[in-house]
Design a binder for this molecule. Structure first.
Ligand SMILES: [Zn+2]
Length: 141
């Protein structure tokens, strides 16, 4: 029986009852970036600290990935591929995050809609672990 493991260490808090994305905040100019960086891309300061990001934001732009991305980095089963949504979500007052979307439906996705962080299984690795990544889902209204 495998575990649930994060796709990449340090990207989000895991395991956790309420996992959060982990970015970094520059202590000099206040710039927030995701994923976390040791240097600030705005003012080049190295005085940054990791910061757990908010879990809600607005859909800034989106598209539907209709064919398997090149491997690597795509590690899923190409034969089992199903189109998925990708986009940028602007976390309130923080930072735009490139993310998978749980929805791949043109009728549902709308720029500016409220989105909420969630976590989805991507694939099962060679050791039987379920590999988890983050995604954003339209906020249930
Ligand atoms: Zn800075």
């Amino acid at each position: 029986m495998g575990d649930q493991v994060p796709i990449e260490e340090g990207l989000f808090t895991w395991p956790s009852d309420s996992p959060k994305l982990v970015g970094s905040e520059c202590q000099d100019c206040g710039a927030i970036v995701f994923p976390a960086q040791s240097g600030c891309p705005r003012c080049t300061s190295d005085n940054t600290e990791t910061k757990e990001l908010g879990t809600r934001g607005k859909l800034w732009t989106w598209t539907i990935q209709g064919f398997p991305p090149k491997s690597p980095p795509y590690q899923g089963d190409v034969d089992a591929f199903e189109p998925f949504g990708v986009g940028y979500v602007e976390i309130h007052n923080e930072v735009k995050v490139e993310t998978r979307l749980t929805v791949a439906d043109k009728e549902v996705l709308e720029i500016g809609m409220e989105m909420e962080l969630t976590f989805i299984p991507l694939f099962t690795d060679d050791e039987g672990n379920e590999v988890i990544t983050f995604a954003f889902a339209p906020l249930a209204s």
